[in-house]
Structure formats: structure tokens, C-alpha cells
Design a protein. Structure first.
Length: 283
């Protein structure tokens, strides 16, 4: 083989190597994309607005995070996190003894406080109700509004379904664990209770503080000689008699994205959103 042939071959090989390097350089897209991290949060419809707002705000600045939030009720949330089908369970009440026994490793995180507001249809002229009168209505002993200082109108009792933490707390704090009237209309969310009361003359219901709006009338609770409105201020002061903590539960101490998300909820940014939504901040 003469020198010219050798030079041609060497040139061809060099050209191939250069082309290969160029092609590889063009197809290199830089660092591999960050792996998406996903957690699921489910349970209480009272805690739901807080969880959703926090998830959206967190994901705005953490594009690698996927926080999936859904309702279903406190019992659903506790069972889901206990059984491992959700990373975080929301509950608008403390754990029942049966739940503590079934899931002893659950860790409680109080993310806000709330009042349970008593709501009626805006047309109702009743000015206030005592806890005893509210109990009498939900027992079915008082069936007409005139029995408790209101108009001559049949009371339509609206409450929550058995999966609700709000119902569980109401059952303990107001009903002294006595049975609800059989005529109660049971709804599966705060929103559904509010809508039914707003559309039904004579209706009474109970909802979390954040669900009060112009479509319903929140009735002050009479505590002796004083009528107390359900509000952030009366919950903080401890004056309002029907108030509770709002919780998120994890199986063991939170880790990874769950821990970051819960820490974010306790930040001043999200606690300000908690207040804006009508709930009571805890920090």
C-alpha cells in the first residue's frame, strides 16, 4: 500500500471519528430530568382546602413534586394512611381508640384549628342557639323552630355521614354521644351540607368555619348571657364552645416529600393561606 492510500485511510478514519463526536454532541440533551416524586393525601373535606392550597403552592416552586389531594372523610383518611394506600391522611378530629389500636404507629400533625359553625337558611329569623338547643334539634326533640325561639316552621335537620370527622366531633362535643334523629339528612361533605341548607327553608346544618359564606346564615351560640359568633378570634380566645384541631397523620415520622410538604404547611406562607380560608393558624 502506497503512502497516498495510507493517508487517505487515515483521513477517512479521522473524519468518521469527528462526525461521531459531532453527532453525539448534538444529541446530548444535558443532565437527565429530575425524577418526579409523588405522594397522595386523602381524607377530611374540612382539611381539604388547606391541603389543596398548600399542594398547589408547593408544586409551583417544586416542579418535580406531584401531590395528589382528595377527600372522602376523616375515617377514610385515617384508614388509608394506616393501610398504606395514602402517604398522608387528613382528619378533622383526633384518632378514635380503635384507630389508635389498629394503627399504633400513626403520627399526628396539627396543621390548623377550626370552629364548627351552626348554619341555617338565610330566611330563618332565629337569633341564637344554646348548645342544649342544638342538641335537642339533632336528637329530634325540637322539631319546629318556634321551640327554640325561631319562626313557626318545621326544622329540617342536616348532618354529615358516618365517615366524617366533623360529625364525630359534633357527636362528642354537642350530642354527648347520644344518637342523632332518624330524620337527619346525611351529607358527605361540608359543601353538600352548606348547599342543602342554602336551598332548604327551615334547614339547619353544621360546617367548618371556612365554609361559611353569604348563601347561609351562621347562628351565634348562646353561652349563658353572651352570644358568641364562630370566628378566628373566638377560637383563638377559647370562647367559642365548638372548636377543634385539624390534623394530618403519617405512618411513623414523615420522610421525603411528605416531610417537606408538612413543613411547608407550617410555614408562615401557608399559615397565612389558612387564615385567608377562614381557619385558625397554629403558628
Amino acid at each position: 500500500m502506497n503512502m497516498r492510500s495510507k493517508s487517505s485511510i487515515a483521513f477517512a478514519l479521522a473524519a468518521i471519528l469527528l462526525l461521531t463526536a459531532f453527532v453525539c454532541g448534538c444529541t446530548d440533551s444535558g443532565p437527565a430530568p429530575t425524577e418526579t416524586k409523588t405522594i397522595s393525601v386523602t381524607g377530611s373535606t374540612t382539611v381539604l382546602p388547606i391541603a389543596q392550597l398548600a399542594a398547589e403552592a408547593y408544586m409551583d416552586t417544586h416542579p418535580e413534586a406531584d401531590i395528589q389531594v382528595s377527600g372522602g372523610g376523616s375515617s377514610v383518611g385515617v384508614k388509608a394512611v394506616g393501610a398504606g394506600t395514602a402517604d398522608i391522611g387528613m382528619a378533622s378530629r383526633d384518632l378514635k381508640s380503635s384507630e389508635s389500636e389498629a394503627y399504633p404507629e400513626l403520627v399526628q400533625h396539627v396543621v390548623a384549628k377550626d370552629a364548627i359553625a351552626i348554619i341555617v337558611n338565610p330566611s330563618n329569623t332565629v337569633s341564637d342557639l344554646s348548645v342544649a338547643q342544638i342538641k335537642s334539634i339533632y336528637l329530634g326533640d325540637s322539631t319546629n323552630w318556634k321551640d327554640v325561639g325561631g319562626p313557626d316552621e318545621t326544622i329540617v335537620v342536616v348532618g354529615r355521614d358516618s365517615a366524617s370527622g366533623t360529625r364525630e366531633y359534633f357527636h362528642e362535643a354537642v350530642m354527648d354521644e347520644e344518637d342523632f334523629t332518624m330524620g337527619q339528612l346525611e351529607k358527605n361533605s361540608n359543601g353538600a351540607v352548606r348547599q342543602t341548607v342554602a336551598q332548604t327553608p327551615g334547614a339547619i346544618g353544621y360546617v367548618g368555619l371556612g365554609y361559611i359564606d353569604a348563601t347561609v346564615k351562621a347562628v351565634p351560640v348562646n353561652i349563658g348571657s353572651t352570644n358568641v359568633d364562630a370566628s378566628v378570634e373566638t377560637v383563638i380566645s377559647g370562647v367559642y364552645p365548638i372548636a377543634r384541631g385539624l390534623n394530618m397523620f403519617t405512618m411513623g415520622e414523615a420522610e421525603g416529600l411528605s416531610a417537606d410538604y408538612l413543613a411547608f404547611i407550617m410555614s408562615s406562607e401557608v399559615q397565612a393561606l389558612v387564615l385567608k380560608e377562614g381557619f385558625v393558624p397554629v403558628v
